[in-house]
Structures are given as structure tokens and as C-alpha cells.
Write a protein that binds this ligand. Sequence first.
Ligand SMILES: Nc1ncnc2c1ncn2[C@@H]1O[C@H](COP(=O)(O)OP(=O)(O)OP(=O)(O)O)[C@@H](O)[C@H]1O
Ligand SMILES: [Mg+2]
Length: 240
Amino acid sequence: MVRVCIASGKGGVGKSVICANLGVVLSERGYRVSLVDADIEGPTLGLLFGYEHTQPTLHDYLSGNASAGDVVKSLSPTLSAVFGSVQLNALLKELELERLSELTSMLEQSSDLVLVDSPPGLEEDTKAAVRASEEVLVVLNPDIPSVAGALKVRILARREGRHILGVVANRTGGEYDIPPEELEAILEEEVLGTVRDDPLVRSSLVEGIPVVSAHPESPAAVDIRRLADRLVEKLIPPRR
Ligand SMILES: Nc1ncnc2c1ncn2[C@@H]1O[C@H](COP(=O)(O)OP(=O)(O)OP(=O)(O)O)[C@@H](O)[C@H]1O
Ligand SMILES: [Mg+2]
């Protein structure tokens, strides 16, 4: 029904964590969610679910060696995912980035929501992730370098004719955080949610279980569920 690219410009701000956990929360609420790890050079989405090696991968699809049906992995009755290959040789193959849009369009037909985990940076791989979506959710940390990244990715998204759904401030709670109102003033976009810095996010990575499942009462899990409420309000019409 709708495809949302989770992007940031700057790397390491928490795109993949937000993507995986939103996917889990919304799928548990009965929405059909598909996740796509579009971080071609540094895929980590699978690791967040405890999958170190999956075959075939997005890379096989983009190189024409696997069909869409082959690469979609069912994680639960309402959550599916396409993971990338963590092996270096997958990158050496000729990849057709335009096929990413075909894949997300196909997934959209059987999903209420497709979440596309974007790579960092502003190169062709990020453009392909943005093009493969209608909406862009910008993730940042409440600091100046990451706001600069957010401003750049906002320009990229607009150039590609994509709509910015809003901003998520991740790893909040520090003494020197830029507050949400200031982020909104700088970016001229709504802050849809804030997610606190929480050591249990990192421990859930080691456990291979997204924090909303592994530690449902942790601060980050509580915040991500609230963010999911806001996304549903913005994106998904009420179910009959
Ligand atoms: N709210 C949080 N609290 C604590 N740690 C966090 C939080 N969100 C993310 N992290 C940690 O920050 C690191 C980067 O997160 P993540 O991989 O999701 O970022 P990313 O934006 O996807 O990175 P990349 O640009 O490399 O794809 C991870 O170690 C993750 O566990
Ligand atoms: Mg990532």
C-alpha cells in the first residue's frame, strides 16, 4: 500500500534499528509489513533478526540470479524481509539498482507497508532506495553532523520527487541534544518521534532479537511503539 524509505544521509544514526523494530511492532498489530535491506554495501538488517547468512539475498535478485519470490523471507505471518548478503563477493557482481523499485512495487501489492532500509550517504545506492519508495522517513541523532546529513538527504528526496513523511530523532536524552522544536525549525519537517539512547538496543543486536521483542519495556522499545502509533496515524487508514 505504501513504501517508506528510512534514510539519513549520515551513517550510523540508527536507520536499521528503527526499520527492524517498526516492522516488528506494526506486524504484531496485524499490518502486513515487508522490510527490504537496501544497504547494498553494508547490509545489517538480517543481523538484527539473528540471521548471519541467508540465501538467496537481495544481491542475487539485483544481479538477476534469483526471483523476487526466492529472496523474500517470511519472519512471521505478517512480517517478511529481503536481506542483503554480507559477503564481499556479492558486491563484485554486476548489480542492477533499478530492480530495487521493481521489487518494492511487487512487495507493495501484498503489504500494508514496505519499509526500505537505506544505505548512508547520497550516492546511487541511496538514490535507488529513495526511488523505490513514495515516502521518506528521515532518521537523525540530535546533533549537528546528523542534522547536516538530514538536510542533504531531504534535498535528495525532493529532487527525486519523493515526499518527506517526517523526522525521527534517535538516541535522545543527552545533555547537549538539539531539542525537537529546534530540529523542526531547522529542517522544516515534523518530528514524528524521539527514541531514547538505550543500551538494551545494543544488547538486542547481540541477541539477534529486535529490542521491542527482546526488551519490550525498555525505553527505546516504548518510544518505538509510540513512533509506530504516529506512523499509523500518518500513513495507514483505519482498518474496517
Ligand atoms: N536508540 C538507541 N540507543 C542505543 N544505541 C542505538 C540506538 N539506536 C541505534 N543504536 C546503535 O547504533 C548503532 C548504529 O545503528 P544502526 O546500524 O541501526 O544505524 P544505521 O543508521 O543503520 O547505520 P548505517 O548508516 O551504517 O546503515 C548500532 O550499534 C545500534 O545498536
Ligand atoms: Mg543501517
